[in-house]
Structures are given as structure tokens and as C-alpha cells.
Design a binder for this molecule. Structure first.
Ligand code: NIG
Ligand code: FE
Length: 418
């Protein structure tokens, strides 16, 4: 039986395009293509067509055995968020470190004492694949209800052959069991396990010579990540790892410039990274390198907010002509939230992005940052029917205005209503 879904009387249909674009950058980030009083037709799992209500006629839903009508009067319809940077497979929350930071310790001090990522790695050993899968499914369901329909998930809390593979196999199971679009990233170089302190190359060799071939054999990863930063992996080590990843066709998506001006952006760009993420520390050289590249600068406002870090100079970057993507970085240490509506609020309030810029950054640009711009990120005929309907709102700007809330009422993924 064929079914079409008709969304009618949509107050604002946001982020529409006739032809799939790659990304929006610079001044263009400030404009959003919006149809007022619109309709949209979904055919099976795809967006078929859309337009102003006055142009609607019954022929547009002909040919289906069944048409489901949804009245969207007073409501906003948006493409589902693409959250291009998360760590939603994790073994346990870390609120003790949150309290330690309130009492004066820094994130780096906690990490040096064996807390932080290493703390998660220790607990990872004790969690079974089934438990990790069940917990992550709950988190996926949580973010889906807040409008996220595509998500990238990293390994990196394993830090041993066994645990890294376990995490990646969990992500593979999530791909098979969740309706969301999921991309998987190998982040074995997230932190150096203590036992390799005296011989860093030994760990890097383990990543390159043992883990990568097995990951390739099982088809467990789409991308390659390294935490290239002060106290974590150096630029030289990052280059070595990214080259090794490319041998298996794993394009880099790296953590860079969170803790200092470390050269992370440049090494990412040099190795054709799809994205460089965090970017709290950005100077003229980084902007220049990015302008000459196809690498998406991705900012993670949740982590900067939660850790009280310096803010990325987003205004300067946009004014220089760059695109910006935003992602949640959902993880237990630096950003325990996957609410992309709140990420937009932070972007507007703290970084002075306009709502239009923030929406572009969470949809079309973050779709590019996870390699799904051809099928997601905008309302475009032929793209996957992944979108959400808000409750009644006066305009799309109210999404970032009502900070901390969830404006999402209905989520549609692949033409299925959730
Ligand atoms: O993206 N910066 C590195 N990694 C994660 C945090 C991981 C953790 O603290 O558990 C991040 O912020
Ligand atoms: Fe991260």
C-alpha cells in the first residue's frame, strides 16, 4: 500500500531549497529560505514536493492508496537537526567531576588525575555490549524527541582493542536498529592510556597496526578522529594517525583547538578533514587555512558552556566568509546534553549568532559536517523525509528564544511519524 503524508497550513516551512546545496557561508549564513503558509507532501520515505498553500491542489496527492493529513496551523516545520559530533555511547555519567569542577578543579587537572576520558575508559571495560546499546538507544530516543534525525557517534571511551571495537560494534547495532541516520567515527586517539605514558608510539602503533585493520575488516567506521590538543595528541601524532586512517578511506573529523592554539586546525585541513571541531582558540592563521579548504569549522557551544571555556570567535569567522556548523558534543564529561534547540539558544545568546545563522549551522552545514548533505539537512524534494513539527510558535526565532525548552511536537523520519 502506498501512503502519502500531507502537512497543511504550515505557518513557516523553514530551510527550503530547490536544489541541494553543499553549505552556506559568510553573509549567506544570515539568510534562511522560508515559506509562509505552506504545504508539504511526503511520498513514502521522501519529501515529494512543497509550496505555498494557495498553490496546493488535490492532484499533488494523487496516486497514493492513502493520504494522511496533518494540520500544522500555527506551527513551524523544520528539517531534522543533524548533530555532527557526539559521544552518545558512554558507560556512565560523570557528575562527580562536575562537582569537583564547581569546587575549583579544572577539566585538565581532572584529566591528569586519571579522571575524565580515562575514567570513562575504566568504566567502559565493565559494561557489556548489550548494556551500552540499551543506554545509547535511550539517548537516541531522547534527542530524537528534541528534533535530531541524523547523528554522528564516536568511539574513544575504549582506548583498548577490545573496548574500542565494542563501542564501534554498538554504533553498528544502533545504525541497524534506529531510524535515525547514523555515522560512526573511530576516536581511538581520544586520550593516552596511562600504561603507554613512557611509550606513546606504542599506543599509536596499536591504533594503526591492530585496531584500524580490524575496524576496516568489520566495516565499523565512517570517519577518523583524533583529539589533537594540549596534553592529548600532538600535531605530528595527529598527522601520523590521519594518514593511517586515509589508507582505509576514513576521512578525518577531528577535535582541534579546544585547549590552545595548537595547530590542530592546520593539520586537519592539510589532511582534508571533513570537519574540525571545538575551535575555542582561533587566530588569523586558522581562519586563512579554513578559507582555503573544504573543511567545515564546527563549534560545540554545549562544551564551552558546561566547562566555562573561552568562546569561539564565531562572528569573526562568519565575517571572514567561513561557514559554521554547530553540534551538541553530547558526552558525559564536557557536554551532557544533546538538545540542539538549546545549542541554538547558546549560539544566539553567547556567540551573537542570529537565529537564521544558528539554524543554518544546525541543519545544512552540520549535514555537510557529517557527510549527509545530499539526503538530509534541508527541505528539498528527493531528500529523505526527516523533519519535525513544532508546537504553535509565532516564528522560527522562538526556537532559540525559549531557551532550554523543547518546541518539538512531532518528528518524522523516513516518512514515519514518531
Ligand atoms: O568533545 N574534547 C575531547 N573530548 C570530549 C570530551 C570527552 C570527555 O570529557 O569525556 C569533547 O569535549
Ligand atoms: Fe567531542
Amino acid at each position: 500500500m502506498t501512503m502519502k503524508i500531507l502537512l497543511e497550513n504550515i505557518r513557516q516551512l523553514v530551510q527550503v531549497e530547490d536544489k541541494a546545496r553543499t553549505w552556506v557561508s559568510g553573509k549567506e549564513m544570515g539568510s534562511l529560505r522560508v515559506l509562509e503558509d505552506a504545504f508539504l507532501v511526503i511520498d513514502d520515505d521522501q519529501i515529494e514536493t512543497f509550496g505555498p498553500m494557495k498553490d496546493f491542489n488535490e492532484n499533488l496527492v494523487e496516486g497514493a492508496d492513502m493520504v494522511m493529513e496533518i494540520d500544522c496551523a500555527g506551527k513551524i516545520v523544520m528539517p531534522g537537526y543533524c548533530d555532527s559530533h557526539t559521544h552518545v555511547v558512554f558507560p556512565a555519567s560523570r557528575e562527580q567531576e562536575f562537582v569537583d569542577r564547581i569546587n575549583g578543579l579544572t577539566y585538565e587537572e581532572i584529566a591528569r588525575r586519571g579522571g575524565g576520558i580515562l575514567n570513562s575508559a575504566k568504566r567502559m571495560e565493565q559494561r557489556s555490549e548489550d548494556e551500552l546499546f540499551a543506554d545509547a538507544m535511550v539517548r537516541l530516543d531522547e534527542v530524537k524527541r528534541m528534533g535530531t534525525t541524523a547523528i554522528e557517534i564516536k568511539s574513544g571511551y575504549g582506548l583498548s582493542m577490545e573496548s574500542e571495537l565494542k563501542m564501534l560494534r554498538v554504533i553498528k547495532r544502533l545504525k541497524a536498529n534506529s531510524p535515525m541516520i547514523i555515522k560512526s567515527t573511530f576516536l581511538g586517539a581520544h586520550a593516552l592510556p596511562v600504561e603507554y605514558k613512557a611509550d606513546r608510539q606504542k599506543y599509536i602503533k596499536l591504533l594503526i597496526e591492530e585496531m584500524l585493520p580490524e575496524i576496516d575488516r568489520e566495516g565499523l567506521a565512517d570517519y577518523m578522529d583524533v583529539f589533537c590538543d594540549q596534553g592529548f595528541f600532538t600535531v605530528e601524532e595527529t598527522a601520523q594517525l590521519l594518514e593511517a586512517g586515509w589508507k582505509y578511506d576514513l576521512q578525518p573529523k577531528i577535535h582541534a583547538n579546544e585547549l590552545g592554539l595548537t595547530g590542530g586546525v592546520q593539520v586537519g585541513v592539510k589532511h582534508q578533514a571533513l570537519s574540525v571541531d571545538h575551535l575555542e582558540h582561533i587566530g588569523d592563521d586558522e581562519i586563512k587555512a579554513l578559507l582555503a579548504s573544504k573543511t567545515m569549522p564546527t563549534v560545540l557551544p554545549g562544551a564551552a558552556f558546561f566547562l566555562g571555556m573561552p568562546l569561539s570567535p564565531i562572528r569573526e569567522m562568519i565575517e571572514a566568509g567561513l561557514p559554521i556548523a554547530l553540534a551538541s558534543d553530547y558526552n558525559p564529561g564536557s557536554s551532557p546534553s544533546g538538545n540542539m534547540n538549546f545549542i541554538q539558544s547558546l549560539a544566539c545568546i553567547k556567540y551573537k549568532m542570529t537565529p537564521e545563522e544558528a539554524i543554518n549551522a544546525c541543519t545544512i552545514n552540520s549535514a555537510y559536517a557529517m557527510g549527509v548533505e545530499k539526503i538530509a539537512g534541508t527541505i528539498c524534494s528527493g531528500k529523505q523525509a526527516n523533519l519535525f513539527i513544532t508546537r504553535e510558535l509565532p516564528s522560527y526565532s522562538a526556537i532559540s528564544y525559549y531557551f532550554g525548552a523543547n518546541p518539538v511536537e512531532t518528528v518524522i523520519i523516513n516518512g514515519e511519524i514518531y
